[in-house]
Design a protein around this ligand. Structure first.
Ligand SMILES: [Zn+2]
Length: 197
């Protein structure tokens, strides 16, 4: 059945969706009522037309500045740099950060051939150097992997002469973790980042 196969192929393009799950989604569509599918199609069109980038932080937003950038009670002098929009949501859930964000939409990856021009890297550098914005601190909240590390180095080198304070998230022992199960890189990172109690 070509139509059904095409739908399964379309769902397989979704991140994290395997062949079985794509088939379940497609069969759900076949079973669903006409109005339900019309509603789904409408929602897809509305999202595509109304959701875009915030011109300041590049997070997704429905119109103009996002709710975080337009919030005057937040500290606009501290910018937290993340790789993906979902990282903003995760940090917001922690309710411990009151600054603003910059979403790179990826990371520099020498292995996969992703260069700094393919992510919102230049936009970050311009933002930090803009005398009207002049942040006092940039927090690098990038993934603790090779790409996150490469991206950190790029950003640090580009902003070294700007005078802005550059910090990064502490890495180390997760809550509820067992020290003897921890790998040596995590453990050495935790030791280097130890704090006075
Ligand atoms: Zn924003």
């Amino acid at each position: 059945m070509k139509a059904l196969d095409d739908l399964i192929t379309a769902f397989r393009r979704f991140p994290g969706v395997g062949p079985k799950q794509a088939e379940r989604f497609a069969l759900y569509v076949v079973r669903a009522s006409g109005p339900e599918i019309d509603r789904l199609a409408d929602i897809l069109h509305i999202v595509k037309e109304s959701v875009g980038y915030c011109p300041e932080c590049w997070n997704y937003t429905e119109k103009g500045l996002c709710s975080i950038c337009s919030d005057s009670t937040r500290d606009h002098s501290v910018i937290c740099v993340v790789e993906h929009p979902q990282d903003v949501a995760a940090i917001e859930k922690s309710k411990t950060f009151n600054g603003i964000y910059h979403v790179l939409h990826g990371a520099v990856s020498p292995l996969s051939g992703v260069s700094s021009s393919q992510i919102k890297f230049n936009e970050l550098i311009e933002r930090v150097r803009n005398p009207q914005i002049k942040p006092r601190e940039i927090i690098l909240a990038l993934n603790p992997d090779a790409d996150g590390e490469a991206t950190s180095i790029y950003i640090t080198n580009a902003l070294k002469s700007s005078g802005v304070k550059l910090t990064r998230l502490a890495c180390g022992v997760p809550l509820g973790g067992d020290i003897d199960y921890m790998d040596e890189v995590t453990l050495s990172c935790a030791l280097r980042g130890r704090t006075v109690i």
